[in-house]
Design a protein. Structure first.
Length: 84
């Protein structure tokens, strides 16, 4: 599973491959900017919101598999943090 640094340091940009038909880059970037955290901040988004998030598919968007994997891993990580 990815580490804390993978998700929680907003100063480290997340990069995805650009593909012919992928997720809208602006939507993905804005969403991740909102949900990524800085040290000591409470989670700004619920796990359910992460799991239900969807993005428009456009020409020259981010690779859908990469984005889906990142968001799913992020939700799994937050779920693990909530577990006793």
């Amino acid at each position: 599973m990815p580490t804390l640094e993978h998700f929680f340091y907003a100063d480290q940009p997340v990069t995805f491959t650009t593909v012919l038909r992928g997720y809208d880059q602006r939507q993905v970037t804005e969403f991740l900017d909102r949900v990524r955290l800085t040290r000591g901040a409470p989670p700004p988004v619920a796990v359910a919101e992460l799991r239900q998030q969807s993005f428009d598919v456009v020409l020259r968007g981010f690779d859908r598999r990469e984005v889906d994997t990142y968001v799913s891993d992020f939700a799994d990580y937050l779920t693990a943090l909530e577990s006793p």
